[in-house]
Design a protein around this ligand. Structure first.
Ligand code: UDP
Ligand code: MG
Length: 332
């Protein structure tokens, strides 16, 4: 433990040593317990800190709870997005508002242990730029675990940047890394990808991921797929290259096949004039090549959508209200 004591070390300050960014979406069931655990753990660091909650358009009592919490503890700041923008954008919003010299990210459902976060804060200075959590054991269902397993291995194979297997957003980063992520200004940020892209001195911290303290996962299968596709297409051009190789390979194979059939017809009159011969293989080939075409157009479309988002110049998120502005209003 770091015993670098200060006078009133946990008092709120404009320049906190540590910020913790916590995205939350409909977490009324877990928020009070999670927050009190987090506060106890952060108090133990005995340095100034802030907890930056981002309510990602919750429809339950999450925002009311955050308001209450921020009134009772000045270290807590909460921002409410105008609608549900998604986990990654909520984190991004938090990073933009975090003021600490070192910034941590933790989910608000109690799955990532607060003791590990504190340990990461203790270990980062002066040795590392980033310390990120790597999940040793997951307590999710077998299907989700299998999907995660496949995704991280696939992503690692196709990207030049080293995105460590089973690493999530749970991490602690130096201000310089946070500033880099903010400056990239990606309309569809993939935080763990950007974090890896930065490079520097990064350290993996293995931990066991707990089950949720309450409530349900907000990621449906389709949303996970969305995250995976965004992760792949924002970190790698490999699918485009794959399309080129596949298209080239299929064209070559088709050329050979047509040459063989023409030669067979000329020299051996095969097949004879019964034109139903070969119909099944024809349909199979048309179906396969047609399907591949649609798939590959979809791949190009995914990249095009990144360009589209960038040209739209919509903000990545919109903050509807915050406990800071509310307090300011009350002050007036
Ligand atoms: N979350 C969010 N916006 C969303 C979905 C989730 O801010 O659209 C938050 C959620 O409240 C939680 C964290 O992101 O604190 C991780 O979400 P979840 O636990 O549902 O994902 P899982 O752990 O199941 O992958
Ligand atoms: Mg979770």
């Amino acid at each position: 433990m770091n015993n670098n004591c200060q006078e009133n070390p946990t008092q709120p300050t404009d320049n906190p040593e540590y910020s913790v960014v916590i995205p939350v979406y409909n977490e009324e069931q877990v928020l009070p317990l999670f927050t009190s655990n987090l506060i106890s753990a952060m108090d133990g660091l005995r340095k100034g800190y802030e907890l930056v909650f981002v309510d990602d358009g919750s429809t339950d009592k999450t925002w009311q709870i955050l308001n209450e919490l921020s009134k009772s503890n000045p270290n807590i700041i909460a921002y409410r997005l105008s609608r549900n923008f998604g986990h990654q954008k909520a984190i991004y919003a938090g990073l933009q508002h975090a003021k600490g010299r070192t910034v941590g990210i933790i989910d608000g459902d109690g799955q990532d242990p607060v003791e590990v976060l504190v340990d990461m804060f203790n270990c980062i200075e002066p040795n590392y730029d980033v310390i990120f959590g790597v999940r040793k054991k997951r307590k999710e269902g077998p299907f989700k675990r299998f999907c995660y397993f496949l995704f991280y291995r696939f992503l690692n194979r196709i990207t030049k940047i080293d995105i460590p297997l089973d690493s999530g957003d749970f991490s602690v980063m130096d201000r310089e890394v946070v500033q880099f992520i903010i400056n990239v200004n990606d309309p569809n940020p993939f935080i763990r990808g950007l974090r890896s892209w930065y490079g520097g001195k990064q350290k993996a911290y293995e931990y066991e991921r707990d089950a949720r303290q309450g409530g349900e996962s907000k990621y449906s299968f389709l949303q996970l797929l969305d995250l995976a596709i965004n992760g792949v297409t924002s970190c790698s051009k490999w699918p485009l290259r794959f399309a080129v190789y596949l298209g080239g390979g299929v064209s070559l194979a088709t050329l050979l096949y047509s040459m063989i059939t023409v030669l067979l017809k000329i020299f051996f009159d095969y097949p004879s004039d019964n034109f139903s011969i070969g119909w099944t293989s024809l349909i199979a080939i048309i179906g396969l090549v047609g399907g591949m075409n649609i798939f590959l157009i979809g791949v190009i479309g995914e990249y095009l959508s990144h360009v589209f988002d960038a040209t739209m110049k919509h903000p990545t998120f919109i903050i509807k209200e915050s406990t800071v502005s509310k307090n300011n209003k009350l002050d007036k």
